[in-house]
Design a protein around this ligand. Structure first.
Ligand code: TRP
Ligand code: SF4
Length: 400
């Protein structure tokens, strides 16, 4: 009933690394060809934990957007914007806060977990408690039906779905719904109206699922009806009232197979990362000095690729032939680790070449990035305003 739409956000952490690329970004780049996509910088979410040190947020946001563009997120395919420049998110957050049970927020597992983990921070703030609600507003305001996120965000998606359901249940029944629905049925034209009624009865009285499907298909084809009429008719069909907010599904982003230089998860804070558009010499040096199987102390000690992070890089960057060469050569000590690392160095450099190329354009002319974001914000706002209009009306705020 709604167009398929993908939305995802990232907190502005500054320069991104290969872990982000092989986890999140590669997925975004694939999705942008398959669906209408909206990707945004979640700068307000950054403030929920960095409220006492907001200095870096703007620079981190711009750096991150350049990395998206460099990696191949295409602004002519996807809409890119910054959360705080679409203030409609905040209004929806406020309106939903009226009907969000406090207990639901307190029970989101990340709330206590993060408070316990980030002990140096006082996170007993209203903004931090409301983190998942703000995220719900981000998603629901675009009526996004698919949200690519990592495992850690799944509870937030579940929370969002429950909230949408509660909202629709509470506000989806406009006064005089029944009469209005019948009015909308008439607008279908007598033949289709009759069919619609029959199918509706079959579904509601006998629970026939295919009658429901057929009726929905009938509505999908009814192009002469307004959005409002259609909405009502969809709701009238299954008895759920009007769907004002769409329940989103999580599209689970598979964990990046990209380890850090020491074999642990790649992370800026562990100091084991290679950033996107990193200087070529720095990349060479990092890979040349990266850890290998500790059993290979001397050049002629045989090794085991399974105990070596370089092997994990080969699995991302090398062909079958090269991988066979590594397996054989490492176990028989036919060559040293430096030689083994050479194809990885080449692979990483080659992957980054187009990224550096694209980034150069934006570094030379930062205005380009500003324009992309300005355009994205404008597009996003239009969509957001449509939803907000319905929400205001449903909550009794449609002052004439
Ligand atoms: N909370 C998400 C994270 O930390 C970022 C985020 C904010 C987000 N709003 C969102 C992701 C909406 C998807 C949809 O990764
Ligand atoms: Fe790792 Fe290659 Fe050295 Fe074997 S030869 S330990 S796979 S770097």
């Amino acid at each position: 009933m709604y167009a398929e739409r993908i939305l995802s956000g990232m907190r502005p952490t500054g320069r991104l690394h290969l872990g982000h690329y092989h986890g999140v970004l590669a997925n975004w780049i694939k999705l942008q060809h398959e669906y209408p996509c909206l990707f945004f910088v979640a700068d307000w979410h950054a403030l929920t934990t960095a409220y006492d040190e907001p200095e870096g947020i703007a620079q981190n946001s711009w750096d991150m957007v350049v990395d998206w563009l460099a990696a191949g997120v295409d602004p002519s395919q996807a809409t890119l914007f910054i959360q705080s420049r679409v203030p409609e998110h905040a209004e929806l957050h406020l309106l939903m806060s009226m009907m969000t049970p406090l207990g639901w927020l307190e029970r989101v597992p990340t709330y206590k977990d993060q408070q316990e983990k980030l002990t140096h921070k006082d996170l007993t703030t209203y903004g931090f408690l409301g983190y998942p609600l703000l995220m719900s507003a981000d998603i629901l305001i675009y009526r996004a039906d698919k949200v690519p996120v990592g495992e850690d965000q799944v509870p937030h998606l579940e929370f969002t779905r429950e909230l949408a359901r509660r909202f629709n249940h509470m506000y989806g029944r406009e006064p005089g719904f029944e009469e209005k629905a019948k009015e909308s049925v008439r607008k279908l034209g007598s033949k289709r109206a009759k069919l619609y009624q029959e199918l509706r009865t079959r579904f509601q009285e006998k629970g026939e699922q295919d009658a429901l499907e057929q009726a929905r298909a009938l509505l999908d084809e009814a192009q002469n009806l307004s959005h409002g009429d259609l909405e009502r008719l969809f709701g009238y069909l299954d008895g759920g009232g009007k769907v004002i907010l769409v329940e989103p599904a999580a599209l689970l982003t598979s964990n990046s197979k990209m380890p850090g230089l020491d074999g642990q998860k790649m992370s800026k804070s562990y100091g084991n990362a290679i950033t996107l558009r990193e200087d070529a010499d720095s990349i060479r040096k990092k890979i040349r000095t990266m850890q290998t199987d500790p059993a290979r102390v001397r050049r002629d000690d045989p090794g085991d690729p399974d105990k070596c992070p370089v092997w994990q890089f080969h699995q991302i960057y090398s062909s079958d032939d090269v991988r066979a060469w590594v397996q054989e050569g490492c176990r028989s000590a036919r060559f040293g680790c430096l030689e083994c690392k050479q194809p990885v160095i080449e692979g990483v450099l080659k992957e980054q070449e187009p990224m550096r190329e694209r980034a150069r354009l934006y570094e030379e002319d930062p205005q380009l990035v500003r324009n992309i974001i300005a355009e994205g914000c404008e597009k996003a706002r239009k969509l957001a305003q449509e939803t907000l209009r319905d929400v205001r009306e449903a909550m009794g705020l449609n002052y004439a």
